[in-house]
Design a protein around this ligand. Structure first.
Ligand code: ADP
Ligand code: AMP
Length: 213
């Protein structure tokens, strides 16, 4: 199963992608997590990506597309993957389509999680992330069992640098301008599924798994 997660920053893509990946036993691939790991390790790619991420802008396609296509060529992607945060532009979606087509494959489902902009700021300001395993929590809406500690791996949770309100507003603007057109792209591909992302995380997951079957 090859799945793409769509939706605004903070819509719940990461939260749901982790569970979908578990259900189908396929890797969860987050381009944001890959960039953050590179920033942590101070790689050249990380330093370049950080310039854009700090501004709430997209990392250029020239950097992002090659990185993602090389990741999905790994052996663990043979049975599929859940892409979280990619594609974010039409050229990214076209490149992904072309690369898969060369293997006689295609995206099976694009899940669009819909959440109004006015809910996004609250979600981002309370978001806490695991820098080790990519787990995502919210101080009120989805707290870990022990405050500040990842349920899955016991690592101390952090607040992302780009989750401050002014950057979030810019990220939302970037989303509407560059990423939202992908909804129509995948609708035209005949693989779009839309879910109401304002429900509880467990209900959103149920809706997604129901639609995937
Ligand atoms: P994205 O990957 O789309 O940026 P996340 O999965 O990181 O979004 O979720 C953003 C924030 O919203 C996190 O703090 C997460 O715990 C919280 N969240 C996710 N899904 C829901 C939901 N259905 N209801 C309330 N809060 C949610
Ligand atoms: P995310 O973790 O998905 O919220 O992504 C965090 C940031 O990483 C985004 O605001 C972008 O700056 C960058 N990023 C992640 N994925 C992509 C992508 N597919 N294309 C361009 N930039 C990306």
């Amino acid at each position: 199963m090859k799945i793409v997660m769509l939706g605004a920053p903070g819509a719940g893509k990461g939260t749901q992608a982790v569970n979908i990946a578990k259900e189908y036993n396929i890797p969860h691939i987050s381009t944001g997590d890959i960039f953050r790991a590179n920033i942590k390790n101070q790689t050249e790619l990380g330093m370049k990506a950080k310039e854009y991420m700090d501004k709430g802008a997209l990392v250029p396609d020239e950097i992002t597309i090659g990185m993602l296509l090389s990741r999905i060529a790994d052996k663990d992607c043979d049975n599929g993957f859940v892409l979280d945060g990619f594609p974010r532009t039409i050229p990214q979606a076209e490149s992904l389509k072309k690369a898969l087509k060369e293997q006689g494959a295609k995206i099976d489902c694009a899940v669009d999680i819909e959440v109004p902009d006015e809910d996004i700021i609250n979600r981002m300001s309370g978001r806490r992330s695991c820098p080790n395993c990519g787990g995502t929590y919210h101080v009120t809406f989805n707290p870990p069992k022990q405050e500040g500690i990842c349920d899955a791996c016991g690592t101390e949770l952090v607040q992302r640098a780009d989750d401050k309100p002014e950057t979030v507003l810019q990220r939302l603007k970037t989303y509407h301008e560059q990423t939202q057109p992908l909804i129509e792209f995948y609708e035209n591909e005949g693989v779009l599924v839309t879910v109401d992302g304002t429900k509880k995380p467990s209900e959103v997951l149920e809706d997604i798994l129901g639609a995937l079957k």
